[in-house]
Ligand binder design. Structure first.
Ligand SMILES: *[C@@H]1O[C@H](CO)[C@@H](O)[C@H](O)[C@H]1NC(C)=O
Ligand SMILES: *[C@@H]1O[C@H](CO)[C@@H](O)[C@H](O)[C@H]1NC(C)=O
Ligand SMILES: *[C@@H]1O[C@H](CO)[C@@H](O)[C@H](O)[C@H]1NC(C)=O
Ligand SMILES: CC(=O)N[C@H]1CO[C@H](CO)[C@@H](O)[C@@H]1O
Ligand SMILES: [Zn+2]
Length: 651
């Protein structure tokens, strides 16, 4: 029970009914487009536009999707974390893995298709994201983002949401605080948080890397660390050749931290991954594939994992790279993880794919774009079809939760993705394909892979690309249509239509204001507080602790600075932490343990303040506000649809 702000009257949207009708039409169409692609990727309806369409215009009564509507059948709470602390890579007998499947795969026009019966050459019947449909949808949503009246409408709704939140806080802040104080034991420090966007190669801070390097110079001086022209060098010899002793090393000479010369210079940023400006040290310390078998990188990551486990309430979704340059990358990566047992209950992997086709093409390691897709996805299909012969990849994939697409978004794109764009087979120019091209082909292959894995009872993957850090708005359109969650989303601040859509669909956005401050947007202009106030599903993440953070707990540093600069309340902080968990890809049972058994239910019903430390008041406010907004949009669209027969019926 709390103060609710009610707006009554005829023209509640503040615009003429005609405009509202048109806006509703467009927005509903966009939401349904996204839903279609999300459903295809996971065989599940994540969002409920269609339910709304059927049920509105009356406000939907707590209809939201919980698998089990009878609360009594939930145990009150699992009291112990449903995780195994033993490393899952030890003592696995390949014979116990799933048996080989007779299905075959073939890559057609850049997308893997599954064949039950190779002879008949008929692909397995599964929903399939066809190219023409995608380009049509992309253009539809693209057109909406530049539609004048729609822009005005969305801008006004967003302003309204900001003001409404201000009013809510004004009226209920004390109640929210009181609710938090009443909860025994739980506070911001011991509610779970997930670092939803962080790269493995920069997950340790600079001091940590420095200490680690010094340690290896003492302990591993005689280990073979590097090879060139057929000759092996020990770590000692490498450092001698660089004229370095352990004593000389300091954080300053390491020089990996972002400084002010990096602003808007993503090209220079990449060289910050080279300790002491030496790519040889990068290869030794932060690569998985090198002469030492990635030993040092594995050790330093395991130290980071130990720190996370000590802190207990912090988790990370680390990104590891697969480049698509050669066929054996997955095998090497998986062998690295299994051999060094790089595993922690506090960590899940995402695989990031840098958009570097043009570079590999120029070097001659790739011939066409299909080859790149083949290198990335074939090993996954093979491991899915025949785990016994690909045991490392199979085991490793159990802890890989999705794909990320990375690179400098501000780089000029020389192509637009249309039906006339060359197919992946024919993409043989040294030019880089555009962002949407990369993301579409990643998505399409992921869809067929997920369907095969679902059939085989294996874990599924999500698409969570970097999107809207810089560059043109159409990256965010692609993200809206195809991505489960995105990282950054900074440019939504300039595109009200998309921002409003990201709000309505509650697309998760992992934001990293400190990283943005170093590269693209100074801290005080970061839109995070606006997004949070309006109710977008945002979380805080670190991106690159090696370059941006100073302390042993970079995620806490991130929360701390955000809280102080933007004067966030304890309730805001816990809400961000809660968002980070719902957005993350940790297993359902683990999320239940962290958030409460009914966390998937919308509204206060699904909230368990004893675990989340988010007051029911706040959760109800968010839920009711979103419901009202959806009812306004979908209700109006619905009213029209009942007149003419449904335009969306075919979905
Ligand atoms: C918010 O504050 C108002 C005014 O005190 C109160 O009427 C309302 O019930 C509060 N809302 C919640 C959720 O407690
Ligand atoms: C290494 O240091 C020595 C002595 O300080 C100096 O004479 C030599 O030129 C340095 N070599 C390189 C490659 O910097
Ligand atoms: C693409 O490159 C691969 C690898 O060189 C080659 O086998 C394949 O035939 C090429 N595809 C086309 C359509 O040229
Ligand atoms: C808000 C949102 O869309 N969250 C999704 C982000 O991705 C994870 C899986 O990676 C989903 O479980 C969330 O529902
Ligand atoms: Zn990043």
């Amino acid at each position: 029970d709390f103060h609710r702000i009610e707006i009554s009257g005829d023209e509640i949207a503040g615009v003429p009914f005609r405009d509202l009708e048109e806006a509703s039409d467009h927005l509903t169409e966009a939401l349904l487009i996204r839903e279609k692609y999300m459903e295809m990727a996971h065989h599940k309806s994540s969002f409920t536009t269609e339910k709304h369409l059927r049920l509105t215009p009356t406000l939907v009564d707590r209809y939201y999707g919980c698998d089990n509507p009878h609360p009594s059948s939930f145990p009150d709470a699992p009291y112990h974390p449903p995780l195994n602390t033993e490393c899952p890579y030890t003592n696995v007998d390949p014979k116990t893995l799933p048996a080989k499947s007779e299905m075959k795969v073939k890559i057609v026009d850049g997308v893997f298709r599954v064949y039950e019966n190779e002879a008949r050459n008929e692909p397995w019947d599964m929903p399939y994201p066809d190219l023409q449909g995608f380009i049509h949808d992309l253009n539809r949503v693209m057109a909406m983002t530049v539609d004048g009246p729609l822009k005005t409408f969305c801008y006004r709704r967003l302003s309204y949401l900001s003001s409404k939140f201000q009013l809510h806080v004004l009226l209920n802040e004390t109640k929210e605080l009181a609710a938090q104080k009443e909860v025994p034991h739980r506070d911001f420090y011991n509610c779970r948080k997930v670092d939803t966007h962080i790269h493995a190669s920069s997950c340790m801070n600079q001091k940590h890397l420095l200490r680690f390097m010094k340690k290896t110079m003492k302990k591993n001086a005689d280990d073979i660390a590097y090879t060139r022209d057929g000759k092996d060098y020990t770590l000692q010899e490498v450092f001698d050749s660089l004229n370095l002793s352990a004593y000389d090393l300091s954080v300053d000479s390491l020089d990996v931290h972002a400084d002010r010369n990096l602003f808007h210079r993503f090209d220079k940023f990449n060289s910050k991954y080279n300790p002491i400006g030496q790519s040889i040290l990068r290869e030794i310390y932060i690569k998985t594939d090198n002469r030492a078998g990635g030993k040092f990188f594995a050790h330093v990551i395991k130290e980071v994992m130990d720190d996370l486990e000590d802190s207990k309430y912090q988790q990370s979704e680390l990104r590891l790279s697969v480049y698509g340059r050669s066929k054996d990358e997955w095998l090497k990566l998986a062998q690295w993880a299994v051999k060094h047992r790089v595993y922690s209950d506090n960590v899940r992997w995402l695989i990031q794919i840098p958009r570097l086709f043009d570079i590999y093409k120029a070097k001659g390691s790739l011939e066409n774009f299909t080859q790149m897709l083949d290198n990335i996805f074939r090993p996954l299909f093979e491991a899915t079809l025949d785990p016994q012969n690909n045991p490392e990849i199979h085991l490793f994939l159990k802890h890989v939760t999705g794909f990320d697409s990375v690179d400098d978004e501000s780089k000029q794109e020389h192509h637009v993705f249309t039906m006339q764009s060359p197919k992946p087979d024919d993409w043989t120019a040294i030019d880089n394909p555009p962002y949407s091209y990369y993301v579409y082909y990643m998505y399409a292959n992921m869809v067929t892979l997920n369907q095969l894995r679902k059939e085989r009872g294996m874990t599924l993957f999500n698409l969570r690309p970097h999107c809207g850090e810089a560059g043109p708005a159409h990256h965010l359109v692609t993200g809206f249509i195809l991505a489960e969650n995105i990282s950054h989303g900074l440019l939504l601040r300039k595109v009200p239509v998309l921002q409003y859509l990201y709000y309505l669909a509650q697309v998760g956005i992992a934001m990293s204001p400190l990283s943005n401050n170093g590269l693209f947007l100074s801290y005080h202009r970061n839109p995070l507080p606006d997004y949070l106030a309006r109710g977008l599903c945002v979380s805080l993440s670190t991106d690159d602790p090696l370059q941006f953070h100073f302390t042993k707990e970079p995620l806490m540093e991130e929360y701390s600075i955000a809280t102080q600069v933007w004067k966030l309340s304890p309730c805001d902080m816990c809400e961000l932490a809660r968002n980070s968990i719902t957005m993350s890809a940790f297993p359902h049972e683990v999320k239940q343990y962290w958030l409460g058994p009914r966390y998937r239910d919308e509204g206060a019903h699904g909230n368990d303040i004893r675990r989340t430390n988010v007051p029911d008041i706040r959760v109800s406010y968010r839920h009711e506000t979103l419901e009202a907004e959806l009812a306004l949009i979908l209700g109006t669209a619905h009213a029209q649809n009942t007149k003419s027969s449904s335009e969306f019926g075919s979905l």
